[in-house]
Design a protein around this ligand. Sequence first.
Ligand code: SF4
Length: 102
Amino acid sequence: MGDIIFWTLIRTAITIPVIWVLKSYVDEQLWWLISIAVIYLVLIHPAVVGYKKFEEKSKSILDSTLCATCKHFDRSAVLCMKYDKHPTEDYIPCDGVDWEPK
Ligand code: SF4
């Protein structure tokens, strides 16, 4: 999830100056259309696709791991907050030793 936010911010930091510079080269109405298209294609669409992939990848972890039932687990970030690590289907950071019910 952090990757999605990070790369969206990077793309935003690059896109805004590019759009701003473009304003002096094209007609204003065309500039608005281009700006909206660029914002959607470069910022919004990749973020939505990245989030959907993150959700798909997380679904199996949320459905079938021990961590999903632990009080130290943050479902939104798919993160063990006690160890600050991401569990997977094959990897439980504490090996089950520190599991506590919610
Ligand atoms: S403490 Fe152990 S069981 Fe609980 S979320 Fe972290 S790794 Fe998973």
